[in-house]
Write a protein that binds this ligand. Sequence first.
Ligand code: GUN
Length: 283
Amino acid sequence: MANIIDGKALSAAIKDEVRSEVASAEAKYGRKPCLCVIIVGENPASQVYVRNKVKAAAYTGMESMLIELPASTSQEELLGRLRELNEDPCVDGILVQLPLPDHIDEEKVIDTIAPEKDVDGFHAANVAGLWLGKDCVVPCTPAGIMRLIDSTGISLSGKNAVVVGRSNIVGKPVAKLLLDRNATVTIAHSRTADLAAVTRLADVLVVAVGRAGLITGDMVKPGAVVIDVGMNRNAEGKLCGDVDFESCEKTASWITPVPGGVGPMTIAMLMKNTLHCFRNREK
Ligand code: GUN
């Protein structure tokens, strides 16, 4: 039976660490870091995520601002708001919750955020920084996944890491972070010919596709570390991951639950990124 990786506990410890760093930063610089979160429209899942982000900022002692815009907001209006926030000296971090309504070009929005305030690490300048190994903002979910893997005490050097999913938010950046730790990295996706044959080679398996129960126990190498990034609702409306927990926990050595695994870590790393942006701006 696998050990459970407790993302909720690890996230709480990181938020406590940020809370004490925020207090020292305030004493040193005479102001608190400020995170601005923007949501456009009324996607219920996004509303929960942004509320949790603002709540976490308050817990760590940061200032926060929640801007709720109607779904009818034009792209130009949103870009105008972002340009104002870029110029606002009191704002250290800007996050636009995705997905956006169809009439708004996400790429344009992301690239309008000043890279030094891009706490998601999605701006092209930060993506380039990540791939070139420069100091940059690392996307929250991938950074949180690395902390979860590190908490097992297992070294990644020389191991086979398989990432299932190739999104810009999770799959691609986490593959680069695993590569930086000297893992041999494979990215699998919806067109991978024999997914089970690939996942069975993984010492570390990261799954981020958004398909409930895609990974079953027979697809997991005995002793593997399994990280489930999925957040799906099953037929009964219950939150579940991309990994079939019941069958996989019999084969894996370590596994993240859903909820209580990757989700809380994303928010903890967002707090760290906001503090990072604040410090860089104060430098
Ligand atoms: N939607 C799903 N995940 C994320 C995230 O990490 N950041 C933002 N801004 N939107 C998201």
